[in-house]
Ligand binder design. Structure first.
Ligand code: NCD
Length: 297
């Protein structure tokens, strides 16, 4: 699973239907994947994605190996990615890979004969996050079609944004892309999205907040800026707080892939709009679904 582009609407819906079935297994556990091993290879920081995959695998009865600190693996000695994954292939039945470089997951998949799941490749893609984001919308609002979905923040470097936009082009949605000029979606990417769904671009959340059914907030990806002076120009440029939410629909849901830094006021957590911690739970169900489908045939 390298890119969300490889999935049709029918395939997405199938993964979501199986995720619904995972709810009871999530509580009780099962052993359908007994004897199977997941290798999580994380070359970049992570809390949710790694723990979520590992939890999903353990709930299904499988085992987990891997590293979250490449500095203590042979990568530190200069081993290249192709060699690392070819070695891991002898230990594991599936590889979950997060890497700072775009294209890393695709490269890894070319070298091994076991499935590779992209858990984040640079600023490019984060397909399983898009799955859980769309699944959250489906669970919380009962549908994805005919919704007004706002995506706020770092649309330029946010890999979750890229995968989510592409995933949503399978549905009949209207996208509101809200960001400072410097963080807008790259033009060629925008053109691709515009071919499939209606898009409104703005730099002010106030202008569109009353229209939204979903507000997906993102962190400014400081680590991806080539020039920190550029980051300083946009730092703190937007923040969702109780004030702005007064103008929103009562039914608006506020989402965030997390980690959050300053872009959502903690007071929002206690409003009925907040769904970012529910997303975390749905993420385990979606990853259980994916692992079961990939590993149990
Ligand atoms: C995101 C990521 O790593 O791209 N986090 C996640 O996986 N939930 C978002 C981010 O780091 O801002």
């Amino acid at each position: 699973m390298i890119s969300i582009r490889d999935f049709s609407r029918e395939e997405l819906e199938y993964i979501f239907d199986v995720a619904d079935e995972m709810e009871s297994i999530y509580r009780s556990g099962t052993d359908v994947l007994r004897g199977k091993i997941l290798a999580s290879l994380f070359f970049e920081p992570s809390t949710r994605t790694r723990l979520s995959f590992e939890t999903a695998m353990i709930k299904l009865g499988g085992g987990v190996v891997g590293f979250a600190e490449p500095d203590i693996s042979s990568v530190k000695k200069g081993e290249n990615l192709a060699d690392t994954v070819r070695v891991v292939e002898s230990y594991a039945d599936v590889i979950v890979l997060r890497h700072p470089l775009e294209g890393a997951a695709r490269l890894a998949a070319e070298y091994v004969n076991i499935p590779v799941i992209n858990a984040g490749s640079g600023a490019e893609e984060h397909p399983t996050q898009a799955l859980l984001d769309i699944y959250t919308i489906r669970r919380e609002l009962g549908r994805v079609d005919s919704l007004n979905i706002g995506i706020l923040g770092d649309l330029r470097y946010g890999r979750t944004v890229h995968s989510l936009c592409i995933g949503l082009t399978n549905y009949d949605v209207k996208l509101f892309l809200i960001s400072p000029e410097l963080l807008r979606l790259r033009r060629e990417f925008l053109e691709e999205v515009k071919k499939k769904v209606e898009v409104v671009e703005t730099d002010r959340l106030e202008r569109v907040i009353d229209k939204l059914d979903v507000l997906y907030v993102t962190r400014i990806q400081k680590e991806r800026f080539a020039d920190l002076a550029e980051y300083e120009k946009v730092r703190g440029a937007y923040r969702v707080d109780l004030d702005i939410l007064q103008r929103a629909k009562e039914s608006l849901i506020v989402m965030h892939p997390l980690p959050r830094v300053e872009e959502i006021d903690p007071e929002v957590d206690y409003t009925p709009h907040a769904r970012y911690f529910d997303q975390v739970r749905y993420g385990v169900l979606v990853r259980m679904s994916l692992l079961k489908l990939i590993l149990s045939g």
